[in-house]
Design a binder for this molecule. Structure first.
Ligand code: SF4
Length: 479
């Protein structure tokens, strides 16, 4: 036995942690994050938990006493990334005795096997074990044992917020509202590594957002693998759109976003929320994955090309200014040329602002991994290039349509390209760079778009004061 922990998760509170933790010198943690927003948010939560345990973040792994590799297995080549990151940090273990851990989906899926394969790995933290991080770390520090915690927590403790105690220097924050998925799409690993859908109570979410707004956060992005499924299994009766209505009332908060929605579960109520709720930004990410009914069926997506397009029509009617983005997979087993053409047809019809496009690659343990009719790698690559070429043109054209208009921009900070420039996002989630100074951070400013690029916009602040926050395209006006 090498110290592997398999017992159910204990309930953890800050009070308990603080009362039992030993007095330690301040230490440093370096977190390397791969993948989706949920993972980014988990890394943030781990940092906050570790702050209460005398760890400060460092951006330099060489300075770190603890290195955590937090991975997602949904979109990346996850195992490859984990092992290559672990290889990079082996010398730090040997030279400085750095504690090394793996968290996230790969940790959840591989569990003990990771410890077997990597003798210098100290810790494996499954997706539900994040609240246990300080306890696990303490165990390693005190006894030198290697630990692995991958139990699924039935009580929802893993969803609890880790709130900042002092004002945050960030304009935006993620807030998890639910986790897991009941859909079991044939290509997807999420239900196996994040568990079944579990929602947090609306009161907890409301209090978290209120707290964040008080700490200076202006925009929240509500996170869940299937936010449309919010409310399922809760004692209270509440839908996702009702939750949005409540959050819309929070003082100090300026903007609300959410991700991700499943097209099958997109309700009429939620569609209407875009034209009703002033703080809800006009952007929806609605993955379609394929335009072919045959492939959608094999993917077990639960909708057809036609029904997806119908929903898009309803969304556009309710909110003509809405920005649409999506995920799409090319080269799914059995995808023929005509299926791929259906995908291109769908994207031309919808005119997405942007697309996250991927070549299909099997995920161990999913049903599609067993499918026989594989598409050749070079065919997949070719299809991906064609699709991305078309989308690049659409995106640029959409960006060019904004030239000369004024958009409401939430200023996020200094641009990475120039000290003179600030950067922010429009309500439709487009990046805008413009001349300005740090006093603008956290403010909503009207910016006239002067130049469109494939991935961003250039603009200048106009003299117009406080453009109206409006949910229709009239929020953007020509001067
Ligand atoms: S809806 Fe499908 S693709 Fe999305 S998380 Fe659930 S199983 Fe995965």
């Amino acid at each position: 036995m090498r110290g592997t922990q398999k017992k159910a998760l204990d309930s953890i509170t800050f009070a308990k942690l603080n009362s039992h933790k030993p007095v330690v010198m301040e230490k440093h943690v370096y977190i390397e994050t791969y993948g989706c927003q949920m993972n980014e948010h988990d890394s943030e939560r781990m940092l906050r938990l570790l702050e209460s345990y005398h760890y400060q973040e460092t951006k330099d792994p060489k300075q770190a006493d603890l290195i955590l590799i937090n991975t997602c297995s949904v979109r990346e080549k996850p195992e490859h990334k984990v092992y290559s990151a672990l290889g990079r940090y082996k010398w730090l273990k040997e030279k400085r005795g750095t504690i090394i851990g793996v968290a996230g989906c790969v940790a959840q899926q591989e569990g003990d096997k990771l410890l077997d394969r990597v003798p210098y790995l100290d810790m494996v933290i499954g997706t539900h074990a994040i609240p246990m991080l300080p306890q696990l770390l303490q165990k390693i520090e005190v006894s030198g044992e290697r630990v692995c915690e991958t139990s699924f927590d039935q009580n929802g403790k893993y969803l609890e917020a880790v709130l900042p105690e002092k004002p945050v220097d960030k304009v935006k924050s993620y807030v998890t509202i639910m986790q897991g998925c009941d859909h079991f799409c044939s290509f997807c690993i999420v239900p196996y590594v994040r568990g079944r859908e579990k929602s947090r109570s609306s009161r907890e979410i409301f209090e978290e957002v209120k707290h964040l707004a008080k700490m200076g956060v202006k925009e929240v992005c509500l996170l869940g693998q299937n936010v449309n499924g919010y409310g399922k299994g809760l004692e209270e009766e509440i839908s996702f759109s009702e939750l949005l209505e409540r959050i819309n009332e929070i003082e100090g908060l300026q903007r609300i976003r959410f991700t991700t929605s499943h097209p099958k579960d997109l309700s009429g109520e939620l569609i209407q929320a875009f034209s009703k709720l002033k703080k809800l930004c006009e952007h929806i990410h609605l993955p379609f994955q394929s335009g072919s009914d045959k492939i959608l069926k094999a993917m077990h997506r639960g909708y057809t090309k036609e029904s997806y397009l119908e929903k898009i029509d309803r969304v556009k009617k309710a909110c003509p200014s809405i920005a649409l983005t999506a995920d799409v997979i090319v080269g799914f087993p059995g995808e023929e040329e005509k299926d791929f053409e259906e995908t291109l047809d769908l994207m031309r019809k919808v005119q997405f602002e942007d697309l996250f496009s991927f070549k299909y690659s099997p995920r161990k343990g999913t049903r599609a991994a067993q499918f026989q009719d594989k598409v050749e790698e070079k065919v997949k690559q070719n299809r991906l290039s064609i699709l991305q070429g078309i989308q690049k043109e659409i995106t640029l054209q959409k960006n060019q349509e904004l030239e000369g208009r004024v958009e409401e921009v939430l200023v996020e900070g200094q641009s990475k390209q120039s000290d003179q420039d600030m950067t922010g996002r429009t309500r439709s989630n487009k990046i805008v760079n413009f001349e300005g100074d740090l006093s603008l951070v956290g403010k909503l400013v009207p910016v006239r778009i002067t130049k469109a690029y494939p991935h961003s916009l250039r603009g200048e602040i106009t003299s117009a004061q406080d453009p109206p926050i409006c949910n229709l395209r009239s929020a953007i006006y020509n001067f």
